[in-house]
Design a protein around this ligand. Structure first.
Ligand SMILES: Nc1ncnc2c1ncn2[C@@H]1O[C@H](COP(=O)(O)OP(=O)(O)OP(=O)(O)O)[C@@H](O)[C@H]1O
Ligand SMILES: [Mg+2]
Length: 606
């Protein structure tokens, strides 16, 4: 049983070494020094107890201490023995303080280091991996499991402390009375074997707790995200049924772990007393020794036992937090395997065009885009139309390098996307996503992305961007104007207002390429017309790529591509496409009452 224990100890030492580095060795040394100082102090008790005895009647151990002190040039007086006793315990206290301060330093740093590490791994993870991950799990890893893992580290330190002290006490006891000490070691071994099942079960429950934690977080996030729907439809109870079930399992596992932790605490103290009592009885009745002779030995044994038992408790507590380490390790490995490949070539300028050549993309076995060929010249506008699920947003995901085509190429001024550092590429894009993105902060921070709005130039740019996105009228109606807090995902605004704030932010960013995915879908005809005027202003000095179901939004684009079932079925200008009376585009125009040159037939309902 000791082999798996040692293997585990070494394994987790390596794990923590990976995070804490050499500091772990320093900490272990300080712990050991604390144990040695305490043993020296305790050892001083023996010569002190037999100080008045004649030299021949003193045991070998006392005589050795005396001769050691004499070789050190320290006279054996009551005073020198007491001073040594004091120094040894003082040193022990100092080492314990250093050890506590140092382990506090390591643990607090560890929480931060692991969280920072996860943040950068989250930033670098591949988009397709993110879409197949569970947000609850990712959130749980960085918040709860990281803390549990570091909590396990604290328990591990306790385990190390207890082991060090046990080893020091046992060595000192072996020196004093090796036969009795061997007997005590055997008894400790038996106790361990008896309690081993508890540690195993605790480990198993710990992993289950981590799983439940992730599920609870996931359900909680979904409940809060969809609060409005759940409340309006009185559907909370359906989600809560699952949530409460998980919470009950979580409670049960915790309860079992706590009960298992209570067992050794209850059993071990009386066991120690029984063993010590047996030892006293054996030494005094059978061996005819004096109590003073065996007192120090008994103190060592008592201390060793207490440490063995606190080892058992801390080992079990360590096992109860192991789930945290395992989740942190698993998540780190998964994230490392799913990082975006790093490329060295930076996109430094945009001169000519972006070109997609024979691009094919599938989600798993499901083909979503087939043989896509599109040329997007600089400062031209490109409109994309097509039925729902045709692959339009996926095309944007390819364009921004979030997804990589399985075959075919995308070129940035002739450079293959595969060679480009994606962060540099993405800095050229302004992107109004299909589900407009706003943050729970002020309107000005949402537009400027936390640039300091007290600076006049920033403030002016925020206001002009808001003006271009036709936000001014509704901002003026709010009590706090640009300082109005938008609420989570913009709950304090209408859908159309959220879209306009998202557009204002991208206008503020002033990037060479602007992509808009159904950016005006929630707007009324009047607001849409106003935004179109702003888009028109951008034409010619910015590259625009616009996805829209509404033909009114894309009618003025230089090129229009019609997507259907992942393929480009038609392309050309509005008028060219309108000529093909058998085409999909012509049908769309008919449905939306558009005539040639994008003129809307207003006598018919839109
Ligand atoms: N992460 C994903 N995993 C698997 N399939 C996906 C994923 N994202 C999208 N799809 C599928 O890919 C197809 C194209 O989706 P996409 O979002 O590109 O359509 P779209 O043309 O933008 O539609 P809409 O007009 O409704 O926004 C859809 O059939 C969709 O179900
Ligand atoms: Mg879409």
């Amino acid at each position: 049983m000791t082999i798996p224990l040692i293997t585990r100890l070494v394994h987790y030492f390596n794990v923590f070494y990976g995070y804490a580095g050499k500091k772990l060795f320093i900490l272990s040394t300080v712990i050991l020094l604390g144990g040695i100082s305490e043993s020296i102090g305790l050892s001083m008790l023996l010569p002190l107890l037999s100080f008045n005895e004649v030299s021949e009647t003193q045991n070998a151990y006392c005589r050795q201490i005396y001769s050691f002190l004499e070789t050190m040039g320290i006279g054996v007086t009551l005073w020198s023995l007491l001073t040594l006793l004091f120094i040894a315990f003082l040193l022990k206290s100092i080492f314990i303080f250093i050890q506590e301060a140092f382990s506090a330093y390591i643990t607090t740093n560890l929480v931060k280091t692991i969280r920072v590490m996860f943040c950068s791994k989250y930033e670098g993870m591949r988009y397709d991996f993110f879409t197949s991950s569970n947000t609850g799990y990712l959130n749980n890893v960085i918040t709860i499991e990281t803390k549990r893992a570091v909590g396990a580290f604290t328990k591990y330190i306790e385990v190390l402390i207890n082991i060090s002290f046990v080893l020091v006490y046992i060595s000192a006891s072996l020196f004093l009375e090796w036969r009795l000490t061997l007997f005590v070691i055997v008894i400790c071994g038996v106790i361990f074997i008896l309690l081993r099942g508890l540690s195993r079960a605790t480990r198993r429950f710990s992993v289950l707790i981590s799983e439940r934690n992730a599920q609870i977080q996931s359900l909680l996030i979904q409940t809060l995200h969809n609060f409005k729907y759940l409340k309006a439809t009185n559907n909370f109870y359906l989600l809560f049924k699952q949530l409460f079930h998980r919470m009950e399992q979580y409670r049960l596992y915790h309860f079992k772990i706590k009960i298992m932790a209570a067992i050794p605490k209850t059993v071990l103290e009386p066991t120690t007393i029984i063993i010590i009592a047996v030892l006293i009885w054996y030494n005094i009745v059978f061996r005819g020794k004096m109590m003073a002779d065996i007192l120090v030995l008994l103190i060592f044994f008592y201390r060793a036992f207490s440490r063995v038992f606190s080892f058992q408790t801390s080992w079990q507590k360590f096992n109860s937090s192991i789930g945290g380490i395992e989740v942190v390790q698993k998540a780190t490995k998964e994230l490392e395997q799913n990082q975006e490949t790093s490329c060295n070539q930076k996109a430094v300028q945009f001169i000519k065009h972006i070109e997609l050549k024979n691009v094919n993309f599938s989600f798993g076995n499901r083909k979503v885009l087939s043989n896509i060929n599109i040329l997007i010249p600089k400062n031209k506008s490109v409109g994309i139309v097509g039925e729902s699920g045709a692959g339009k947003t996926t095309f944007f995901d390819l364009l921004t390098g979030l997804l990589e085509p399985q075959s075919g190429h995308i070129f940035w001024d002739g450079i293959d996307y595969r060679k480009l550092e994606k962060a540099s590429l993405r800095s050229f894009f302004g992107y109004v996503t299909q589900e407009a993105v706003v943050f729970n902060d002020t309107i000005s921070n949402n537009i400027s992305f936390w640039q300091d709005c007290r600076i006049d130039s920033v403030r002016q740019k925020v206001e002009s961007s808001a003006e271009m996105a036709h936000c001014t009228s509704f901002i003026q109606e709010t009590n706090d104007g640009y300082d109005t807090i938008l609420g989570d995902r913009g709950v304090k605004l209408s859908g159309g207002q959220v879209q306009r704030i998202a557009i204002a932010r991208e206008i503020y960013k002033d990037t060479p390429i602007m992509i808009l995915d159904e950016a005006v879908s929630a707007l009324d005809t009047e607001s849409e017309k106003n935004i179109q005027k702003s888009i028109k202003k951008m034409k010619g000095n910015r590259t625009l790529i616009i996805i829209s179901h509404r033909l009114s939004t894309i009618k003025d684009c230089d090129y229009i591509y019609v997507f259907s079932k992942g393929k480009i079925v038609e392309k050309g200008s509005f008028d060219e496409l309108y000529q093909n009376k058998n085409g999909v585009f012509y049908d769309m125009c008919q449905m939306q009452h558009f005539g040639a040159s994008g003129v809307h037939n207003s006598t018919k309902p839109v």
